[in-house]
Each structure stands twice: as structure tokens, then as C-alpha cells.
Design a protein around this ligand. Structure first.
Ligand code: HDE
Length: 715
């Protein structure tokens, strides 16, 4: 009891093996077991089992009699199996997680005293879980939805969680509305349809009735809601938090994650198809990238407003349905996160991880954001039904610094605390709680005034300005995708009240948008803009403003299509070049068994064994397609409906496509667009994203390889 907890912390932290960044992994290692197939199977109580295939029963060669209840081995197996499931998360049920490291490259000590944001020598271990919101645990990854972006920092001062999303605003302003929005967006109660989609009457009815949702539904109808990869999306803390520095000064803050690979999305047709073809597309993508050493990275940034400037803006900075435009409050990038290790087992790690907005460390605090305050109640509460009262003891949730308190007992408690007392103060040399100087979390004094009432500041009542700002700031293709998304969603609403009203609502934002959508979905076509457009734009709302930090094809999936008689020189050179750029080449053959190059003897072993065949994997699984020439190969592919569909689909999804030699003829046939220019010699020609080279000489082969390697025209 009398031990000095602060000193303990420092010593324990120092003594942890594996260095700073390995600290959480070393901690998890203490509870990790590696099961070898050579190990003998035992019961949960450690007794070796002699038979795991047959229940003990009364039987003989000619008679199979009743089973015996006495077989506790068999009963144990069934009993454990019966209770394998826990309640899935009520939202964000489907997710994928990974471990990583957070490094700070600039101290933010002017605004916070949090060690994790001021000590540039630290490497803080993190666990991140990405998720979709609406669907259940078994739903598809590429649905149109917000993505969760939750980060747990295992800091030396305790756990800090930023439980964010990939969209910077939210549907509602007050947490009391959360059950309504979630009920409305989830499958409808009478028939539990549809799964993982907002394209239904109840959702659009809700957002029509709640004008505060207008800004958010503009984002969810944009390309942001169908990301190409978890690795290619931004993360936002969404809520307004407070940073406190050593002088006790408070600053309002928003947290940002910006991906090194840039922000990229699927096109809707791709997203729809992938949901069926590979429902685990995002989960696999994250896993594959980490296994291949293409560790995803995000820059970490803060937008800071000093306390005294809280009321200087035409929106309330505590309103989670508003962004802080970056032109007004620039993002200050101070750190970087890398994800570099996959989980060892999904359930104890990704499923049992529990994030809470109230997990904060000294230097980081709550603001009066009415959404945040309610969240901080909800996350604690929900873990009780998911994981039980001792959820913070689960290895993935345990801090890496010591925990000492008198919270005790409860179901599933497994920490054993020695000592005679479990209360404070006590007759032993109990030390008082720590002071701020000793690292305690002390709420900075804050003057609160007001009338007790169910209301919010007047600025919370303005709901359209930023919806227009967002729309005005998008590029033309993004605006077109937005109109298409509304048209898809409202087409799935069969109650005319819903799609007719929503068609009208869009005229509060933009007349052109409202008219396009109304016409397509059969709503009344608005004649005039019901709310004048202020015409303002802001930077960093269009995702096109987030290109990759440097052009790269690393970790991209590139399909190389071949049939018997393909040009092996080009095939091998391109494949090697793709690999050399840390991208992933996949050979797609007309069949998965050996395919033979031009001039080969066709003896077993002299050909190439493709990774997949054209029916097994579709173009939607790849970022780019390359077809090497070879007269016989191209003749076969030209006659294959599937091969032509592959190319047309890739073209329609705006994929980069490349081909040499006779492949030029295949492209003419597949695309049949007179506008597309193709090469007629050994010069590469790029047109509509299709790169061709009709003749390949030793010199031009180098160029082909460069095209593939540098991604020029490919991605
Ligand atoms: Fe959540 N949210 N949320 N949310 N949320 C949950 O907590 C809640 C909100 C977010 O990977 C639940 O542990 C309320 C905003 C993520 O484990 C639950 C309100 C943002 C995750 C909950 C919100 C989020 C959750 C379900 C309105 C973006 C997944 C299981 C006041 C900043 C975390 C759980 C993970 C999960 C409540 C609004 C993000 C029920 C009451 C805004 C990323 O507690």
C-alpha cells in the first residue's frame, strides 16, 4: 500500500522489454500461448483427452446405445461452444484491427501537457480498429457507410482513445438523439431489411425530419462513404476536445489523421460488386498490406482554437455537425502513426477491444460538446453488456502503466491483488492521491454559467451553410457521384412521402442537384432554390485535395492477363517491375493450371501457373490491368466474353489499363470507342487511362517497364 505509485510507474515502464513501441506487444505476450499441432489436446482443466471424436455411450459392435451425461469432456466442449458468442457492438459491429506505433515529430507543449503529445522521444504503442457503422458483424466491407477510425494509445500515463470516424461531422448534435438515428438507419424493425444500407424509407424519413443531419448526409452520399481501403481514408476525432497546458490554459481542439497514400474511393458500381464478390475486401486489404510490409501511415494533426476565441465564428465550435474550415483554422501536423502488426487472434483482440471517449490522459479533457458528453457515458455502459464489468482487465484493453485502486470483484475478475485493505484512507501508510505535478488527472477549473434547460446555443440552429459549403467545394466528378448516390438511395425508398420530401430538401442546398435527383427518383422537380446558395467554398473538403504524399503504386494490386501463347519477355519484365515497386502482381489466366508462353514446348513445368483464372477473380479486385501481347494469347482472349467483360469493366471503373503488341487490337475490340488513341509503333500512347505500345523493341521494353514501375499512366 505504501509504495510510491509514480516511481513504480517509471520503473515498470523502464523495465518493460521490447523498447517503447514493443511495450504493449510484450505485455500481450505474457498471456499469449502458441498452440502447436504436436501438443496433446487437454480439457480446460488440463487433463489429456484420449478421444475427442466420440461421446461416451453404451454401445457394442451391433448396437449404438444412449450417450452418457457423465462424459464431462464432451459436455465441456459443447458447453464452451454454446457460449462462444457475445453481443455484437450495437453500432460498428463489423471491423478490422491492427497494432502500430505513434511518433511525435513536433511537441505541442504550448497547448497541452500530455506526454504523448509533447515528448518527441517517445514511441507510443497503438491499437486501431476500423469499422462500418450500420451492418452486423457478418456484413460486407464495401457498403455505402461511414467508417469508424478508433485509436487506442497505450501511453505511459494511461490509455487515451480517439474514437473517430472517416467523416469529420455527425448526423446529430445531441447524444439524446443517438438511439433514434441508429434505429432509423439500421434494418427496419418489422422485417429486418435492409442489411448495412441507408437506402430505405426510415433513414431518409429521419434525416428529413432532422435538418441538423443535412451536412452529414451530404458527406455520406459523397465518395467518402465508399473508400478504396481503410489505408486510404482520413480519420477525424469529430468531437471538440480540450487541451490543457502546464499553465492550466485551455484550448479547443479537433484531431485529424491524414493518410500517406492519399484519399481514394471506389466507384459505386465497384463497391456494389465487391460486396458480393469479396465481402472481406477491406479487411483483407489491411491484413495483406501489413503482411507484405507496406505499413500504412497517417499524419496526425490538430486544429486549435484558444479558449478566448470560442465565440469568434459563425458556427458553434462545440457543434459536431460542423467542420472547422481549414482556411480559418489550419491543421498543425505534429505526429505520425504507422500500423505494422496484424492481430494474433481476432476475438480476444479486435472483438474485445473496448474504446471509450472518456479515456483521456492529463493534458486532454472534455469540452461541452453535447455529443461528446453523452458518448462518454455510452461507451463505458455498452462494454458492460458486451464484455462484463471487468472489461478493462482484458489484455487488449489493459494499460501498459500500473493500475492501483480499490475497485474489486465482479464477474470474471482475474487480477489477484495482495494486501489487507481495499479502501482509502486506511491505517497503513496510505498516500493521498497524486497532485498535478505528480502526474494526476486534475480537471482544470472552468467557469460554467447558464440556465438549467433542455436547450443549446442559438448557433446550433443553423443547419445548411456547411452543407452548401461542402457541395460547392467538390469537383465536378464528385458532384456527379453525389447526385448518383442520392438517386440510388431514394430509388430504394418506396414511400412517396419520403422521396418526394427529400427531393425538395435538396433544393435547400443546390437546385441543380435537387432537379437531377427529383427527376430520376420520381419526386416533384423543384423550380427554384429554396435557400440561396452563399456561393462560398473551402479547401480540404474535396478528397481530390488529399493526393498521396508521393506518387506510388506500392501495395496496389495489378492483374496481368494471359492465355497460351503470351509474350513471356514482356510478361516477366512487367511482373518484375511491379514487384520492384512493392506493388502486388497477380497473374490471371484463362485457367489456373499451367499457361504456356509463345514458342514454349508446352511440357509440364515450362509455363506459368496463374494465381487465379478469369472466372475466379473479377477486375473489381484490382487497381490496374496489364495485358502482354502474343498473337495466340490475344486471339483466345478476343473470343472470351469474360476477358472482354474484364477489360470493359476495368475501363468503366476508371482503372489504369496497359497493353503491348497484339493487346492493342484486343483493346480496340473491347472498348470500341473511336475517341481512344492507341499506339501504332514502339512509342507508348496514353489515352483515357489506357496505355498502349504496339511494338516492343528491346529499347521500348525498358519504357514498358518504367510505365509499370513508376505507375505513369497505370495508377
Ligand atoms: Fe459511437 N458508439 N456513438 N460514434 N462509435 C459505439 O461503443 C455512441 C459517434 C464510433 O471500434 C459503441 O464500444 C453514441 C460519433 C466508433 O470498437 C456505442 C453516440 C463517432 C465506434 C457508441 C455516438 C462515433 C463506436 C458501440 C452519440 C465519431 C467503434 C460499441 C452521442 C466520432 C469503436 C462500442 C470500436 C462505437 C455510442 C456517436 C465513432 C454504443 C451514444 C460522433 C469508431 O457505445
Amino acid at each position: 500500500m505504501s509504495s510510491n505509485i509514480i516511481q513504480d510507474t517509471a520503473e515498470k515502464v523502464k523495465s518493460m522489454v521490447g523498447g517503447e513501441k514493443g511495450r504493449k506487444i510484450a505485455d500481450l505476450d505474457t498471456v499469449t500461448q502458441t498452440v502447436s499441432p504436436k501438443d496433446r489436446i487437454t480439457s480446460d482443466f488440463g487433463v489429456k483427452m484420449g478421444n475427442v471424436d466420440e461421446w461416451l455411450r453404451v454401445a457394442s459392435n451391433d448396437k449404438t446405445g444412449p450417450m452418457l451425461l457423465e462424459d464431462s469432456f464432451a459436455r465441456e466442449r459443447i458447453h464452451r461452444f454454446d457460449h462462444e458468442r457475445i453481443p455484437e457492438r450495437v453500432v460498428h459491429a463489423r471491423g478490422a484491427g491492427a497494432f502500430g506505433t505513434f511518433r511525435l515529430f513536433e511537441s505541442a507543449e504550448d497547448v497541452t501537457m500530455a506526454g504523448v503529445l509533447t515528448d518527441t522521444s517517445r514511441e507510443t504503442p497503438v491499437f486501431v480498429r476500423f469499422s462500418t457503422v450500420q451492418g452486423s458483424r457478418g456484413s460486407a466491407d464495401t457498403v455505402r457507410d461511414v467508417r469508424g477510425f478508433a485509436v487506442k494509445f497505450y501511453t505511459q500515463e494511461g490509455n487515451w482513445d480517439i474514437v473517430g470516424n472517416n467523416i469529420p461531422v455527425f448526423f446529430i448534435q445531441d447524444s439524446i438523439k443517438f438511439p433514434d438515428i441508429v434505429h432509423a438507419v439500421k434494418p427496419e424493425p418489422h422485417n429486418e431489411v435492409p442489411q448495412a444500407q441507408s437506402a430505405h424509407n426510415n433513414f431518409w424519413d429521419f434525416v428529413y425530419m432532422h435538418t441538423e443531419a443535412t451536412h452529414m448526409f451530404m458527406w455520406t452520399m459523397s465518395d467518402r462513404a465508399i473508400p478504396r481501403s481503410y489505408r486510404m481514408m482520413q480519420g477525424f476525432g469529430v468531437n471538440t476536445f480540450v487541451l490543457v497546458n502546464k499553465k492550466g490554459e485551455r484550448h479547443y481542439v479537433k484531431f485529424h489523421w491524414t493518410p500517406e497514400l492519399g484519399v481514394h474511393s471506389l466507384v459505386w458500381d465497384e463497391a456494389l460488386k465487391i460486396a458480393g464478390q469479396d465481402p472481406d475486401f477491406h479487411r483483407k486489404d489491411l491484413w495483406e498490406a501489413i503482411e507484405n510490409g507496406a505499413y500504412p501511415k497517417w499524419k496526425f494533426g490538430i486544429q486549435v482554437i484558444p479558449e478566448a476565441r470560442e465565440h469568434d465564428f459563425d458556427f458553434d465550435i462545440l457543434d459536431a455537425t460542423k467542420v472547422w474550415p481549414e482556411d480559418l483554422i489550419p491543421v498543425r501536423y505534429i505526429g505520425e502513426m504507422e500500423l505494422n502488426r496484424n492481430v494474433d487472434e481476432y476475438f480476444p483482440q479486435t472483438e474485445q477491444v473496448a474504446f471509450c471517449t472518456s479515456h483521456m490522459v492529463p493534458g486532454i479533457a472534455h469540452s461541452d460538446d453535447p455529443l461528446l458528453q453523452g458518448r462518454s457515458f455510452s461507451y463505458f455502459d455498452t462494454q458492460l453488456s458486451r464484455l462484463g464489468i471487468n472489461w478493462q482487465e482484458l489484455p487488449i484493453n489493459k494499460p501498459v502503466c500500473p493500475v492501483m485502486n480499490f475497485n474489486r470483484d465482479g464477474q470474471g475478475r482475474h487480477t489477484i491483488t495482495k494486501g489487507q485493505v481495499n479502501y482509502w484512507p486506511n491505517r497503513f501508510e496510505a498516500r493521498p492521491p497524486a497532485s498535478a505535478q505528480e502526474g494526476a488527472y486534475i480537471e482544470p477549473p472552468f467557469n460554467v454559467q447558464g440556465i438549467k434547460a433542455r436547450t443549446k446555443s442559438a448557433k446550433f440552429r443553423e443547419h445548411y451553410n456547411q452543407a452548401q459549403l461542402f457541395f460547392n467545394s467538390l469537383s465536378e466528378p464528385e458532384k456527379n457521384h453525389l447526385a448518383a448516390a442520392f438517386s440510388f438511395e431514394l430509388d430504394h425508398c418506396d414511400d412517396p412521402v419520403v422521396y418526394e420530401r427529400m427531393s425538395q430538401r435538396l433544393a435547400d442546398i443546390d437546385l441543380g442537384l435537387a432537379q437531377t435527383v427529383a427527376e430520376l427518383v420520381g419526386g416533384p422537380k423543384p423550380e427554384k432554390q429554396t435557400r440561396p446558395n452563399h456561393g462560398k467554398k473551402a479547401s480540404k473538403l474535396s478528397q481530390l485535395e488529399f493526393p498521396p504524399a508521393k506518387p506510388t503504386i506500392a501495395s496496389r494490386r495489378i492483374a496481368i492477363i494471359i492465355a497460351d501463347g503470351f509474350d513471356n519477355t514482356v510478361y516477366s519484365a512487367v511482373k518484375a517491375a511491379v514487384k520492384a515497386s512493392s506493388a502486388l502482381p497477380f497473374t490471371i489466366g484463362v485457367r489456373r493450371s499451367e499457361v504456356f508462353p509463345a514458342g514454349a514446348s508446352k511440357t509440364p513445368g515450362s509455363g506459368v501457373k496463374p494465381d487465379h483464372h478469369l472466372e475466379g477473380m473479377r477486375s473489381t479486385m484490382f487497381d490496374a490491368v496489364f495485358v502482354p501481347g502474343g498473337a495466340e494469347s490475344i486471339k483466345t482472349l478476343s473470343k472470351s466474353g469474360r476477358a472482354l467483360h474484364w477489360l470493359r469493366e476495368a475501363f468503366g471503373h476508371l482503372k489504369a489499363i496497359g497493353g503491348t503488341g497484339e493487346a492493342v487490337e484486343l483493346f480496340k475490340l473491347a472498348f470500341a470507342l473511336p475517341e481512344i488513341q492507341v499506339s501504332t509503333n514502339d512509342q507508348a500512347v496514353e489515352s483515357y487511362g489506357v496505355v498502349t505500345m504496339a511494338h516492343v523493341s528491346p529499347d521500348s521494353l525498358k519504357e514498358t517497364v518504367t510505365i509499370a514501375k513508376e505507375g505513369a499512366g497505370l495508377l
